[in-house]
Design a protein around this ligand. Structure first.
Ligand SMILES: *[C@@H]1O[C@H](CO)[C@@H](O)[C@H](O)[C@H]1NC(C)=O
Ligand SMILES: *[C@@H]1O[C@H](CO)[C@@H](O)[C@H](O)[C@H]1NC(C)=O
Ligand SMILES: *[C@@H]1O[C@H](CO)[C@@H](O)[C@H](O)[C@H]1NC(C)=O
Ligand SMILES: *[C@@H]1O[C@H](CO)[C@@H](O)[C@H](O)[C@H]1NC(C)=O
Ligand SMILES: *[C@@H]1O[C@H](CO)[C@@H](O)[C@H](O)[C@H]1NC(C)=O
Ligand SMILES: *[C@@H]1O[C@H](CO)[C@@H](O)[C@H](O)[C@H]1NC(C)=O
Ligand SMILES: *[C@@H]1O[C@H](CO)[C@@H](O)[C@H](O)[C@H]1NC(C)=O
Ligand SMILES: *[C@@H]1O[C@H](CO)[C@@H](O)[C@H](O)[C@H]1NC(C)=O
Ligand SMILES: *[C@@H]1O[C@H](CO)[C@@H](O)[C@H](O)[C@H]1NC(C)=O
Length: 621
């Protein structure tokens, strides 16, 4: 009795000591890893990739037609080789419970799940209740207490039994994960499925990893895991430890090796958090082998992250799978070596329109406030602003003078918006009318895909008196107008008319008051500037005035009534070459940027036509 007590005492001290010692070591390793990546980044000539910015003139385009050595993409050690792999080689399984939201079961097969070789929801009898998932596969008999790894053991045995010969890769997906299958394929091409391997998000401690970020086993890995019998160890031995600890231990004992998929900038590919937390500047995590720091978050080949609501799920899906940046092709490191990997068969890189877009000269301006200035500097200025040929920020009274920040000397406040917009357009006219063809007005919570705006405008004639945006015409309004939040773009001719005729005739253009977008719309109509349509040839929207997240799940009745163009209630209402998104303040601009220019895969559903837009033709009447 006494001896045993002593042993227990000693045991707990040992654990405390071990905890402390390992804590220090782990912390130092994490710190050191971060230092290594910092200097890596400092020394890297292609550092600009971290912000993926180019100005649309084709000068800084290290993104395609490059010959990047594939070994530079991931730090997969040894003598890499490119293996043949495609989506049909991957078996995806999602373990679900009674608590799983039904929208997930509905959404997954409609979104990324359709890119799996085979997708299954696996559920178990839990707490005496039967699995009720439609098309779900039941893998085990009743268990009184179900620990996650009890279930996962059964799941692996099920996969082995049914699919070991059919698939090369086995993807264990957490139910809330959003998955980019085509990025996974690019990563898997570096790894031999006949070797016992697994890929995921590694923790520093022992063989544990972040199972919440999802993980992938090679065929040989699954075979060894099941056949070696290490899963049959008394599970009680593990107590209530996390799946990543237990499975990591099983895999290690079975001789299955972890493959690190961190990219050359130390950015992970498998993430267990949502984009908001991943990109917020506060994020730190010292548990990971490759810690997050300072908002440098995700590899361009990111495979998983969390999507916690229906809205963000659809929004992420649209930004990753549906919408493209015209002329932008993420480098395919594999294309030069193998013809079997995921590369768009009809990239618009060879579209003749691409040359034409380079001659479209756009001045973009936003109306902002002094208190939003930091957001502008840290987010807008680092993302879409750079892709305009000229970018101006108008505020009432700037505290700090910067070349492109202009004080309008007009009182702050909504009721002065109309005056400000006139003044800003007048400023553009006074200083830049000869230098640019198009003049875009947006807000500081608008995200613009400038390449797509260029693409659209390349079809249009700046000498026509026309302006483009999302057109509203409510019953109470005599003229139509463009919704203010998603912005609108005036041709050079329209700008000239607005400033020389409109602003000087208060009878045509009420000088102040009213809702800014309505007033400007009426003014332009009064001076003969026409409103042009911006939907693409498939009637899909390019200027998206309500919050994108919101529109994806909800179309308010007033919106249907106001819209001039037909309104689609489908989840794919946005054009492949969408242009503008309202309500993307601050962090969302960063998220849109990261998803569209970074994580968006280089393979997309092919489309039959390359003709997305038509030129505006003046109505003969
Ligand atoms: C482990 O490290 C963290 C961060 O340095 C520290 O806050 C914590 O107190 C440490 N835990 C132990 C047991 O030393
Ligand atoms: C990397 O560059 C930054 C800024 O220039 C500097 O503060 C930092 O010390 C550098 N880090 C390393 C490891 O060289
Ligand atoms: C994918 O690879 C399999 C063999 O692994 C092959 O049979 C199949 O035709 C390939 N599919 C595509 C679309 O390339
Ligand atoms: C679970 O399913 C089995 C077989 O279909 C059935 O016999 C049993 O009654 C079900 N149990 C519950 C709690 O629904
Ligand atoms: C995984 O997610 C669950 C649920 O959000 C959480 O309770 C758990 O701590 C997470 N595991 C790790 C290792 O972060
Ligand atoms: C298992 O873990 C030990 C200790 O961390 C390590 O030395 C060994 O290489 C691991 N085995 C595999 C197959 O990764
Ligand atoms: C890939 O396809 C191109 C053109 O179809 C061909 O010239 C090239 O040899 C192919 N490369 C390989 C590795 O098969
Ligand atoms: C203006 O500049 C001062 C001094 O350079 C700086 O401390 C302040 O943060 C700046 N204000 C804004 C809003 O950027
Ligand atoms: C606002 O006032 C300042 C100082 O009088 C002047 O320099 C600036 O040009 C004015 N801004 C506009 C848009 O007129």
């Amino acid at each position: 009795m006494r001896v045993r007590c002593f042993m227990i005492l000693l045991g707990s001290w040992t654990i405390v000591w071990l905890l402390f010692a390992s804590n220090r070591t782990l912390f130092d390793i994490a710190k050191n890893n971060w230092r290594v990546y910092q200097s890596w980044r400092n020394n890297s000539a292609t550092d600009s990739r971290l912000l993926s910015v180019y100005n649309g003139k084709g000068v800084a385009l290290p993104f395609y037609n490059n010959n990047i050595n594939p070994s530079k993409l991931f730090r997969i050690p040894g003598d890499y080789k490119i293996w043949t792999v495609n989506n049909s080689d991957v078996y995806c399984f999602v373990y679900v419970t009674k608590a799983t939201n039904s929208w997930l079961l509905e959404l997954i097969p409609k979104t990324w799940g359709s890119h799996c070789g085979h997708l299954e929801f696996i559920c178990s009898y839990k707490f005496h209740e039967n699995c009720t998932v439609p098309n779900g596969v039941i893998v085990q008999a009743k268990l009184v207490i179900t620990r996650e790894y009890d279930v996962i053991k059964k799941v692996f045995q099920y996969c082995y039994l049914h699919y070991i010969r059919k698939f090369k890769w086995f993807f264990r997906i957490k139910e809330r994960a959003y998955v980019i299958m085509n990025n996974l394929i690019d990563v898997l091409a570096y790894v031999d499925y006949l070797q016992p391997r697994y890929l995921g998000h590694k923790f520093l401690e022992g063989s544990s990893f972040d199972a919440n970020a999802s993980y992938v086993l090679s065929q040989s890995g699954l075979r060894l895991l099941v056949e070696s019998g290490h899963m049959n160890n008394n599970v009680a031995e593990y107590g209530f430890r996390s799946e990543g600890k237990v499975v990591g231990d099983w895999l290690n004992k079975s001789g299955v090796e972890f493959v690190d998929t961190v990219d050359a900038y130390g950015r992970e590919t498998f993430h267990s958090e949502d984009m908001r937390s991943l990109l917020s500047l506060r994020h730190t995590d010292t548990r990971s082998v490759h810690p997050y720091r300072d908002g440098v978050c995700c590899s361009d080949y990111t495979v998983t992250f969390l999507a916690q609501s229906v809205r963000t799920y659809w929004e992420n899906d649209a930004l990753v799978r549906q919408i493209r940046v015209f002329g932008y092709q993420k480098p395919s490191y594999l294309a030069s070596i193998s013809n079997t990997t995921a590369v768009d068969t009809t990239p618009d890189v060879d579209d003749p329109m691409l040359t034409k877009t380079k001659n479209v000269k756009i001045l973009c301006w936003i109306l902002s406030m002094q208190k939003h200035f930091k957001v502008y500097k840290t987010v807008i200025d680092r993302t879409w602003a750079k892709r305009c040929d000229k970018f101006l920020v108008f505020v009432s009274n700037p505290v700090n003078k910067t070349a492109n920040v202009i004080g309008l000397n007009i009182t702050e406040g909504r009721e002065h918006l109309t005056e400000k917009v006139y003044a800003a357009f007048k400023y553009c006219y006074d200083h830049y009318v000869d230098d640019y063809d198009w003049f875009l007005k947006a807000d500081d919570d608008t995200f613009i895909i400038v390449e797509n705006l260029r693409y659209f405008l390349a079809h249009q004639d700046p000498k026509l008196p026309v302006f483009f945006g999302y057109e509203f015409k409510p019953k109470w309004s005599q003229h139509s107008y463009m919704s203010g939040g998603s912005g609108y773009v005036l041709s050079k001719e329209s700008l000239i008319k607005l400033v020389l005729i409109g602003i000087t005739h208060p009878g045509l253009c009420p000088p102040k008051g009213g809702a800014e977008d309505v007033t400007i719309g009426h003014c332009l109509a009064n001076i003969g500037v026409k409103s042009g349509h911006t939907s693409d040839v498939f009637h899909k929207e390019t200027f998206i005035p309500l919050g994108f997240r919101y529109r994806l799940t909800h179309t308010p009745p007033w919106f249907m009534e106001y819209s001039v163009q037909p309104v689609s209630k489908s989840k794919t209402f946005s054009s492949r070459y969408s242009i503008s998104f309202h309500y993307t303040a601050g962090l969302y601009i960063n998220i849109y940027h990261t998803l569209l220019y970074g994580i968006n895969p280089n393979k997309h559903n092919s489309v039959e036509t390359k003709q997305f837009f038509k030129p505006y033709k003046a109505n003969k009447t």
